[in-house]
Design a protein around this ligand. Structure first.
Ligand code: AHR
Length: 506
């Protein structure tokens, strides 16, 4: 059996985990909203028409922040369509997803849902077809207490207290040709700058996320970031990153290595931010918002066919990925990547939350289940709190077309100093066998193993479905141990592992 070694020490601090690292995304896309979070006729619907079964699972995930309403959708969205009397709201064609938007759910409904989910709202404004006025009016509508046209309109719509939305996105993926109102970096940079100023004049307490590239293989990456930040650095607080891992050639080794590409992407965007900071002799250090990340490839062909055959449906079943154990391992590695960069990545949103590219799936009018990818997010969100400790890792490696050396072991640790809980998150990328983990934790000698949680399956392509909801589910192993500052554990092949330790007597 091969062995991987780690050294974990209190001094290997990366930074504090911002709770907003465990954010998610709900877009008006497919059945994310209608049939997902909202379904008034459903057996579990609450007084506002929200599915209670969905709310329960969202709360189980401890989702801290939810980005809304898009995504590509927002670039053609007029937020005024989604407020006021529901019966009078217009049905619109949504060109982003070739769907019909009924506008039954809009800003106020979503804010009410997020409150029930225990999550903060991260609202995106339309900088595709929209502009400065629509954006500043939306800030006034949401955040101004009273005594102005837009705030009084909100009150007239039955919402007396301001929503107090703190984090706002300045559009979505504006570098992309598929985006309605796509712009060059200079065009977008100027508009984002002017919009940011106007929005912060209305509410100086808000924080703004400016659009970075849609993904790291865009031809304009990372010049886009540098140019956009040249225009906006003074006025924004975060730059966005997006990535979706794919396994189009059924090459598992390469697929499992995709978090290394995510690491590179983060490092490059940090470099772009710091370059502009240096050019401007600025004191402010910009943070990153990885506001779309996930695995997404199973459903793309099916979606194209569906839209060709029946465009303009209301809430068509788009982007409904059925996730395998393999996908869950990639999600686990991506979570580790986010944690490893917790000093700069302050917000991250798994994209998305329900039905559309999601860890939670529902049947409209029916049941609900946890996808395989639910579990790594659940564990990271539950135990990945406090301070991130970057372990020194010595691991056997394998090579792929893209990467010369992919470590079999991917790992990170978090230390909750107050509760004296230490968690090691580890993925064994190995397809051939278990990996012996040999941990040097002499810097944390009085910690003992509480539990070792494992997600694995004899069939790496195993999935969960409504009929078989627990085929891929975590279980506990009993053989991890800690003795004289030495942690030993067995990481089964192709597995996600959570080794929880606590200070003895704590
Ligand atoms: O999350 C699905 C889509 O992926 C979003 O609408 C868009 O921003 C990205 O391309």
């Amino acid at each position: 059996m091969e062995t991987a070694r780690i050294v974990v020490d209190k001094d290997f601090r990366v930074g504090e985990v911002d709770p907003r690292l465990y954010g998610a995304f709900v877009e008006h896309l497919g059945r994310a909203v209608y049939g997902g979070i909202y379904e008034p006729g459903h057996a579990t619907a609450d007084d506002l028409g929200f599915r209670r079964d969905v709310l329960d699972l969202v709360r189980e995930l401890r989702v801290s922040l939810v980005r809304y309403p898009g995504g590509n959708f927002v670039s053609g969205y007029d937020w005024r369509d989604g407020v006021g009397e529901v019966e009078r709201r217009p049905r619109r064609l949504d060109p982003a997803w070739m769907s019909t938007e009924t506008n039954e759910v809009g800003t106020n409904e979503f804010a009410a849902w997020a409150k029930r989910a225990g999550a903060e709202v991260n609202l995106a404004v339309n900088l595709g077809t929209g502009g400065i006025d629509a954006a500043r009016h939306l800030v006034e509508y949401c955040n101004h207490p009273t005594g102005s046209y837009w705030s009084d309109l909100r009150r007239a719509h039955g919402v007396a207290d301001p929503h107090g939305i703190r984090v706002w996105c300045l559009g979505n993926e504006m570098d992309a040709l598929w985006q309605l109102g796509h712009k060059t970096a200079d065009e977008y940079g100027r508009l984002a700058c002017q919009t940011a100023i106007a929005m912060k004049w209305v509410d100086p307490s808000i924080e703004l996320v400016v659009c970075g590239s849609s993904h790291a293989v865009m031809p304009t990456f990372p010049d886009w970031e540098v140019t956009v930040l040249d225009h906006t650095y003074d006025y924004v607080d975060y730059v966005s990153l997006h990535t979706y891992a794919r396994n189009l050639e059924d090459d598992l080794g390469s697929f499992l290595a995709q978090s290394l590409a995510m690491d590179d992407q983060i490092r490059t965007v940090v470099a772009a931010c710091d370059l502009v900071r240096a050019k401007k002799r600025h004191k402010k250090v910009l943070s990153l918002s990885f506001d779309e990340w996930n695995v997404w490839y199973h459903s793309r062909e099916r979606d194209r066919a569906l839209l060709r055959e029946r465009p303009w449906q209301v809430a068509p079943p788009l982007t409904e990925e059925v996730y395998t154990l393999e996908d869950a391992l990639v999600v686990g590695c991506m979570l580790i990547s986010l944690l490893k960069h917790a000093n700069r990545v302050k917000i991250a949103c798994i994209a998305q939350l329900v039905n559309a590219i999601a860890p939670i799936s529902t049947v409209t009018g029916g049941g609900i289940w946890r996808q395989a990818t639910f579990f790594p997010f659940l564990h990271a969100s539950a135990f990945g709190r406090g301070v991130v400790l970057q372990p020194r890792i010595t691991s056997p490696c394998y090579a792929t077309k893209e990467f010369d050396a992919v470590p079999l072991l991917e790992a990170v640790a978090t230390l909750d100093e107050e509760r004296e809980h230490l968690t090691v998150f580890a993925v064994n990328r190995g397809q051939d066998g278990a990996l012996a983990l040999d941990g040097d934790l002499r810097g944390l000698p009085s910690y003992a193993v509480v539990e070792h949680i494992v997600l694995e399956h004899a069939d790496p392509k195993a999935t969960n479905t409504c009929e078989r909801p627990a085929r891929v589910a975590p279980h506990r192993r009993g053989d991890a141990g800690m003795r004289d500052g030495r942690l030993t554990a067995l990481l089964p092949k192709l597995s996600w592992n959570v080794i929880r330790l606590a200070r003895s007597g704590a």
